[in-house]
Design a protein around this ligand. Sequence first.
Ligand code: ZN
Ligand code: ZN
Length: 345
Amino acid sequence: MRALRLTAWGEPPAPAEVERPVPRGGEILVRVEATGLCHSDLHVMGAVPGALPYRLPFTLGHEVAGRIAALGPDADVRVGDRVVLYGPWGCGACDRCAAGRDNYCDRRDTLTWHGAGLGRDGGMAEYVLVPSARHLVPIDGLSADQAAPLSDAGLTSYHAVAGLRHALGEDTTTVVIGVGGLGHLAVQILRATTGSRVLAVDVREDALALAERSGADFGTLVRADTARVLRARTGGAGVDAVLDFVGTTQTLELAVGILRPGGELAVVGSGGGRLTVYKPGVLPPGFRLSLPFWGTRPELAEVVALAGSGAIHVETERFPLSAAPEAIDRLRRGRVRGRAVLVPD
Ligand SMILES: [Zn+2]
Ligand SMILES: [Zn+2]
């Protein structure tokens, strides 16, 4: 079968012909229908040797939807069922993994993989081998190009919003910084699951248009006076929460500058920015900071249900798997609208 393999750190992945895996034990073989292309794929392929614990080569792709094609003798699921992969694979033995919280696996630091396409063979291929049924969530009739991005873009946004939901009742305001593959879903999830107004910030006009289509109440470009513009939208009080999908020093400083006392900042984007915490200081009193990472398996089922009900819709651009190099290039240049999805051809 065809697969897009990472064979050397710092080099683009290469198409290769590999053997179709045969499931053993509790393993499941899934025929891939669609795989999302994520910014973290760029980080993985661009990593310097030694930066990640993964062994080369492996097939990329951690946002995967497809149909169960074959089972190991101990796998208790049905051939033919359509599924999305729960992407973060932990040790499978700790309390966190047992609770479907592989994203916060206690043994993460000791693993040589972090999931499908992240040190283990992923979904940029005709088939993907899944080690356990606990990594599968049924999608029924949901289209594969909608379902695949839910496993990271959707789940990560959902998990980040879930961590703030207690603070987002009626008459609250949330700012979403960065309206790309994740941000446009965060806007929709905020609208569907909280009472909050949603303000959006981006450096691109077309991202603000996407924010508006996603249900944001207001959008603004990053400018010298963005903090003032956003505060004015709350009558000067400041906002209740900020979801930062960029995570640069500039966006962290913007976030801190617009939060009201007791405000919450969730940093989702891995932009490498720094925020200095000191007290007393410029941070609002009662300020709370979180660094949500990916999400849990129960949350993936919730976000799939939300998509199934029509409450959220992923904006996608489809590419055949053979055109992955073009999709990767477009993503690198910030030219993908919403999420790029690769479909085996
Ligand atoms: Zn990702
Ligand atoms: Zn674990």
